[in-house]
Ligand binder design. Structure first.
Ligand code: BG6
Length: 472
């Protein structure tokens, strides 16, 4: 639909930005922090930096929050490292770790920035992983205990909670992003059992949040793409629906409705991958309901009916955003209407509007975008970073949010990835997303100086006008 007049962004719209603990903090073993599966994983290619220092946000958080305040952020979405709070996942609480997030949250609140807290962003404690990780039901209890500690500690300060970041990507692309830990090449049967346990953990955390913090709001944070059929052939449409169910709706239905999506369940049981469901599990899933849906959006995916052989597969596939294909299930297709970024991710701003409309239509829960952004090889030249390509990317996505608001979609915030440069999941510091440049390379830490990029000033102006400078 084309509108003559667009609705305004809500006056309390949460213009924000995002990071995650292990990608930005560094200080990986300081002040009592335990190792996570990310710290022990070997998933990075040769020559790509590790996460030990990252952007050194742990030591420079006050300077960083000052920059976020200058940027005008209304919200900051970050994650808490489970291993700072409980170094081995389910043992003693580490008071120094607890104190760090109090300091960070207090600093944000003092600047009028709403903290949006992800409880678990890929960094499962390695000690839990050594004991079987998400394959074991004891990890569910460990997560719920950790959640209780977070609610008790920070509940009077934090209104918005996200449970598990991109559970769907941990299940589908765990090897690329380094979250599989010991289970490395575990068979799908095991992986989908782990998935089931994460759903139970999430549902219990949501129920606990509502019990302990009636004023707080909590939701899941999957990575969602709209899936397009390659053509209007009915078989392609069926393939798109099938893949949508397995990649997206499985995770959303479980979180929102507390039940397995029938197409996804059919996919699992046909392959013998369905999880074991114990007495009481369905009641637990049913009892955990979110207040909103947070989702990360980078791209869309296009698929066709399976040809039944290896031509279903797209060889460049293999990370969160590149559709892979599955022989006998669906065929991966390159969408010829969309450009790609330097890392092969298709860029589809209109797809964001489509995705928001579909989510709103299906679940009618308030939405917040907790990641969206452009990974690029930024260059620092004479003290400036001219990232006009990022401004263009963000502008075109925000325009679509504006249209979706006019469509009647309920959205209350936008937190692009990232507030400040950090380490990519598997492509190092060279793949940058931030509004603030961090001066370091893969192998040289330099001074880690912070430099405002051109996109910083652009976003600052956009926020201060509540979106009205979008189309001057
Ligand atoms: C999401 C993750 O998958 O995408 C982030 O939640 C990640 O942790 C982001 O960094 C961008 O992906 P990448 O692989 O470019 O770092």
């Amino acid at each position: 639909m084309k509108f003559k007049t667009l609705k305004d962004f809500p006056s309390d719209f949460l213009w924000g930005a995002s990071t995650s603990a292990y990608q930005v903090e560094g200080a990986w073993n300081e002040d009592g922090k335990g190792p996570s599966v990310i710290d022990t994983s070997m998933h990075r290619p040769e020559g790509v930096t590790d996460f030990t220092v990252a952007s050194d946000h742990y030591h420079r958080y006050a300077e960083d929050v000052e920059l976020f305040s200058e940027l005008g952020l209304k919200a900051y979405r970050f994650s808490i490292a489970w291993t700072r709070i409980i170094p081995d996942g389910d043992g003693q609480v580490n008071e120094a770790g607890v104190a760090f997030y109090h300091r960070l949250i207090d600093e944000l609140l003092a600047k009028g920035i709403e903290p949006i807290v992800t409880m678990y962003h890929f960094d499962l404690p390695a000690a839990l992983d050594d004991r079987g990780g998400w394959s074991e039901r004891s990890t569910i209890d460990a997560f719920v205990r950790y959640a209780r500690i977070l609610f008790d500690e920070y509940g009077s300060k934090v209104r918005y909670w996200l449970t598990i970041n991109e559970q769907n990507m941990m299940i589908l692309h765990g090897r690329a992003i380094g979250t599989t830990g010991r289970s490395g090449d575990a068979p799908e049967k095991v992986i989908y059992q782990q998935n089931h346990h994460m759903f139970l953990a999430q549902a219990r955390a949501m129920a606990l949040c509502h019990d302990l913090l009636p004023e707080a709001k909590i939701g899941p944070a999957p990575n969602i793409v709209s899936v397009y059929p390659a053509t209007c052939s009915p078989e392609d449409v069926i393939a798109a629906d099938d893949w949508d169910a397995v990649r997206n709706l499985l995770y959303l239905d479980l979180a929102v409705r507390g039940s397995y999506h029938p197409l996804a369940w059919g996919y699992l049981s046909e392959r013998g991958w369905e999880p074991e469901i114990l007495d009481g599990d369905l009641e637990v899933l049913e009892a955990g309901r979110p207040d909103f849906i947070a989702f990360n959006y980078y791209s869309t995916q296009t698929v066709g009916a399976s040809t039944g052989d290896s031509s279903d597969l797209q060889l460049r596939g293999g990370d969160q955003q590149i559709v892979r294909g599955e022989v006998g299930f669906y065929r991966a297709v390159k969408n010829e209407h969309l450009p790609t970024n330097a890392f092969g991710w298709e860029i589809d701003p209109v797809g964001l509007r489509t995705t928001m409309r579909r989510l709103w239509d299906r679940y009618r829960l308030p939405l917040i975008i907790t990641e969206n952004g452009l990974g690029a090889f930024d260059e620092l030249v004479d003290g400036r970073v001219h990232d006009d390509y990022r401004i263009d990317y963000l502008r075109r996505h925000i325009e679509q949010i504006h249209l979706a608001i006019s469509d009647g979609v309920g959205i209350f915030g936008y937190c692009p990835w990232t507030a400040i440069d950090l380490i990519s999941t598997h492509q190092g510091i060279s793949k940058r997303y931030g509004f603030v440049f961090v001066d370091r390379t893969e192998d040289e830490l330099r001074e880690l100086a912070r430099v405002k990029k051109d996109s910083f000033f652009w976003y600052q102006e956009l926020i201060s006008s509540n979106g009205s400078t979008l189309n001057p």
